[in-house]
Write a new protein. Structure first.
Length: 105
């Protein structure tokens, strides 16, 4: 008689999950999460939300426009923060985006 051992495809579920919408997967740190979008948005975005989206787009454009020297400078500070006992940023891209986003405040 064979033994069946199921493989865990997803470690954690997060948010409300229902059966009538598309499933999405995302990786948060070392954890693979999945969910479903229930009740998609139907109302228009508010002025605050549009301003926040514009700020995000500005920060993303600033990250893309960085020179190799600026990226190297960010990389040294990123590696320094990784040595702390509880680093805030796990990826260089996340660190750079956060720094550029802070400049827009």
């Amino acid at each position: 008689m064979a033994h069946y051992k199921p493989i865990d495809m997803v470690d954690h579920y997060r948010g409300k999950i229902c059966s009538h919408s598309d499933t999405y997967f995302q990786k948060r740190g070392k954890t693979l999460c999945t969910g479903r979008i229930c009740n998609p948005r139907t109302k228009p975005f508010s002025a605050e939300e549009l301003a926040r989206q514009a700020k995000f787009a500005q920060a993303r454009a600033a990250v893309i426009a960085l020179t190799p020297e600026q990226i190297t400078a960010y990389e040294t500070t990123f590696k320094a923060q990784l040595k702390s006992p509880n680093p805030k940023y796990q990826t260089l891209q996340g660190y750079i985006f956060a720094q550029e986003y802070k400049k827009l405040v």
